[in-house]
Write a protein that binds this ligand. Structure first.
Ligand code: ZN
Length: 138
């Protein structure tokens, strides 16, 4: 899968405005953009924390994946994302190793990146996202 880096750490929040008040005003972290990703059922606020990002995820509805997560577990760490260079070959490799994947083919995430989630049962209990950025930026 080539070199990997933490692309972002995602936190599920019930109230994005309130969460942003903490992160931007109180903590002083820079807000880069807010994007609605209909396919994932979330509004995403991307925060600049140096060489990686924190993403705050607010569900668009209660029956979206993040909505169900908050209903079940409350707000909190939702997933860690590793940036990869070739997500298709990465998925094939993991499948070949018997790793449990949530997405066996890539979906389109924030910023047009190709993404796939690996099941927490295979990762030590943390939802893991793989992301291959869209070609036009790093
Ligand atoms: Zn993510």
């Amino acid at each position: 899968m080539g070199n990997k880096r933490v692309d972002h750490i995602a936190v599920a929040v019930a109230d994005l405005e309130k969460a942003l008040q903490f992160y931007t005003e109180q903590l002083g972290v820079e807000l880069l953009e807010i994007e609605t990703v209909e396919e994932q059922g979330v509004k995403v606020a991307k925060l600049n924390v140096g060489n990686t990002h924190i993403e705050l995820l607010e569900p668009l509805s209660e029956d979206s994946p993040v909505g169900r997560f908050i209903a079940k577990k409350g707000e909190g760490l939702h997933h860690i994302c590793l940036g990869v260079e070739d997500i298709e070959s990465g998925i094939e490799n993991l499948k070949g190793c018997g790793v449990r994947l949530i997405d066996e083919t890539p979906k389109i995430g924030a910023g047009g990146a190709k993404i796939a989630f690996v099941h927490p049962k295979s990762t030590g209990g943390v939802l893991l996202e793989l992301s291959q950025p869209s070609g036009d930026h790093h």
